[in-house]
Structures are given as C-alpha cells and as structure tokens.
Write a protein that binds this ligand. Structure first.
Ligand SMILES: Nc1ncnc2c1ncn2[C@@H]1O[C@H](COP(=O)(O)OP(=O)(O)OP(=O)(O)O)[C@@H](O)[C@H]1O
Length: 394
C-alpha cells in the first residue's frame, strides 16, 4: 500500500547574501523571500542574476555568507547538511542520472542511504515510476541512455521524490527538452502537485514557464535581488517597473488570456426560459429582447436547447422539445484562452457558460471575449500612465 505523502513546509530566506571569493558584486544580496507551505515558487530572471545560487543555499550545497534560511521554522544552519538534503529533493537539467545504473537503482539512491529493505525499495520504485507516468515493467531495468530526454527527466523527478521529501528544488528541469515534451512535463508537474502539495522552488529563464507553474513568481535582477514577488496575474496586470515589463515582453495581454478565468469576466446575458414555459410567453420574451433566440433550461437550470423566433411562431403549450440541442457549454473555470478555442469550434456564435452543477450562469461570444481583452488592455495602459506620471513627478 502506498504511504500518504508528506506535505510541504514553509521556507523563509532572511537577508540572505552570498559573496563568492573574488566576485565583484555579491551573487545574492540581502534577499528576503517567504515561501508558503505547499506552494510552487518560481525564481525567474536572466543568466547570472543569482537564481541557482539562491536555490542551492536552501539545501546548503552553497553556504550563505550572511543571513538565515528557515525550513519549517528551523534555521538550516542547525540541520546537518546530509540530513537536510534527504528532506529536500533536487532535480536538475538533463536529470543528472548515473549512466551505469538502471532506472530503479537511480531512483533508489536515497532510500538505500536510509537503509530501507529491498522489498520496500522495489515497491517504492514501481510506485514512483507509475506516479511520473512511466510503466514500471518497461522502465525499471532500463539504462538512462536508452530513454528520451523527457523520460530521463521523469526519472529525475521520481528520484527526487523517492524518500517523500516535503521540499523539492527544481533547477531548470525542463530547460533541455523540446517544446512539446516540456509542455507535457509542466502539465504533469501541476497534476502531481495537486496530489502531493510539496513546497517547490523552481528556477527558470522562461517567463511563460514561470507564469504557468508559479503560485508566486520572484522576478530577479542582477546582481542577486528580487524586483517583484507576486502572483502571476498580479505581475501581468501590475508589473513593478520597466524591467519587469520588458521581461514580460510583448503580448502580455495575450498571456493574461491564459490566466483569466471565464468566471472572472462580465458574461453576456441571453434570454432564457424553463422547459415547461409556454411557447407564446417565450416568443414574447424573445421578441422583446430583439436577439431572436432564447436558451431553454431544464429543472436544474442546465442549458438544453436554443429556440428561435421561427421555432416558436404559431406554437402554444410548453416549449418542451422545440429547438436545436445545445452542442456545447463552457465551464466558468476555463481560461479565456480555452474558451476562445471552444468558441471558434462551436456550431453557434454564442455558447452558454455553466457553473456549479452545470447550471447556466451566462453566455460567451467572440465579442464578449474581445471586450474582455480590450478592458484588460485599457487597464494596463491606465496603470502604465499612472506609473509614468509618478516617475515624471519624481
Ligand atoms: N562557485 C562560484 N564561484 C564564483 N562565482 C560564482 C559561483 N557560482 C556562481 N557565481 C556567480 O554568481 C552570480 C550568480 O550566478 P547563478 O548561477 O546563481 O545565476 P543564475 O541566475 O542561476 O544564472 P543561470 O541562469 O545562468 O544559471 C554569477 O555572476 C556567477 O558568475
């Protein structure tokens, strides 16, 4: 039986500085960072801004020059480095697997150090392989060189999770993968994290990867400091300064589409009626509204059919089975980006939006999404003007 996994613990960096001997400026300078238990925090920034140094100070592969790092409230200085590293999984670019060892032996490194018996180790290896989407029978005895980059990286994640550490450090783990494998591993990391709730510190150069994975993102700048630490949506709508704005690059409004949920924007309201409503009443409603159609809901307010003036004219009694079946709905938790795709593929120009228990909440059309994009852009422009005004005013 699988044991329940250990959830993440909070991490706090307090005025942490690292000055390498001979370096002109410290690699990391008086860095403060509070990471909540169970969150993914992404450190993002250009080469040399101190991301890796920051991460490696957390597991004491690099010792800070000054400052303190608290893991679950305890100073890491007071924890034996070997013990500390057993509680902190570490995943690096290109997985760093031992080439002369099988996949199973690679994953079993820490459990072996911990003195687990063979059977427990074998069970854990199979459990982890399944967890990261690799069929145990096919992969456990394979050697790393026979695996694709993506498969090696999955083994790297399995190895880091072997002793069920509460904390995972991931240093550009998907940096060397092709875009499709990369996207797939990102999705799987998010799926895994839903179940595992580890505290994950993730380093990347790639702002899109950061926006996708981070609960919070720390945007770093050389030498070794954080310019903005916030949730992805906040960073997109309210970049701290020009540096962050430039780092986000063009198309940040489009990125916002992938972060904005359908339920966050103002939906269209179309006329609707219950299945047992009289066709004459529904026709009156439709004519009053002027759009020429209405949505018919069942007793649980779930969208069933579209009826038009033509369907209704000359009818009386319950609208019942009249009209065209609703071919698709969009859940309110979907992102605007997904909604846009569904709208482009839909049979009708307007698609109902549903919330809890698939009940009707409103409707979406391309025009609604376009309006939402425009108001997001307008808000961004306004913020920029306010900021410029502030800067000019000193
Ligand atoms: N062992 C070391 N000795 C001396 N200087 C170092 C050492 N490690 C890192 N540095 C310097 O510290 C600064 C920060 O490096 P770090 O690797 O943390 O940056 P990074 O943001 O992770 O960069 P990259 O994305 O290129 O990995 C750089 O100027 C680097 O040259």
């Amino acid at each position: 039986m699988a044991e329940p996994s250990t959830h993440g613990v909070p991490i706090e960096l307090r005025k942490v500085t690292k000055a390498f001997p001979g370096g002109r400026a410290p690699a990391v300078r008086e860095l403060d960072l509070t990471i909540a238990a169970g969150e993914i925090v992404v450190l993002v920034g250009p080469s040399g801004c101190g991301k890796t140094t920051t991460m490696r100070m957390i597991n004491r592969l690099i010792e800070p020059t000054s400052g303190d790092i608290l893991i679950d409230g305890r100073s890491s200085r007071d924890i034996d480095p070997d013990l500390l590293r057993r509680h902190i999984g570490y995943v690096i670019q290109q997985a760093g697997l031992f080439p002369h060892m099988t996949v199973a032996s690679n994953i079993a490194q820490v459990p072996k150090l911990l003195g687990w018996d063979r059977r427990r180790i074998a069970e854990r290896v199979d459990e982890l392989l399944t967890l990261v989407g690799l069929e145990p029978a096919t992969f456990r005895d394979a050697f790393p060189r026979r695996l694709s980059g993506g498969q090696q990286q999955r083994v790297g994640v399995a190895r880091a999770l072997a002793a069920d550490p509460p904390v995972l450090l991931m240093d550009e783990p998907f940096g060397a993968l092709d875009p499709i494998s990369r996207q797939r591993l990102q999705d799987e990391l998010l799926r895994l994290q839903d179940d595992l709730s580890k505290t994950i510190v993730f380093v990347t150069h790639d702002i899109d990867e950061a926006l996708k994975l981070g609960d919070h993102i720390a945007i770093m700048q050389r030498p070794g400091h954080i310019v903005q630490y916030a949730r992805p949506a906040e960073i997109l709508t309210n970049p701290a300064d020009e540096y962050v704005e430039q780092f986000l690059g063009a198309g940040s409004s489009m990125r916002l589409l992938s972060l904005t949920k359908v339920g966050d924007i103002e939906l269209d309201q179309v006329p609707y009626a219950a299945e047992d409503a009289d066709a004459r009443d529904v026709l009156a409603t439709v004519e009053r509204d002027g759009r020429g159609y209405a949505l018919i809901l069942d007793g649980m307010r779930r969208p069933q059919r579209w009826v038009t003036t033509a369907h209704l004219k000359g009818r009386e009694g319950p609208v019942g089975m009249v009209g065209d079946e609703v071919s698709g709905v969009i859940g309110r938790r979907k992102t605007l980006q997904d909604a846009l795709e569904e709208l482009l593929n839909a049979d009708t120009d307007v698609v109902p939006v549903t919330g809890r228990h698939q009940a009707y909440e409103g409707a979406l059309s391309l025009a609604t999404v376009q309006n939402a994009i425009q108001s997001i852009k307008a808000r961004e422009r306004e913020r920029r003007m306010v900021r410029l005004g502030r800067e000019e005013g000193g």
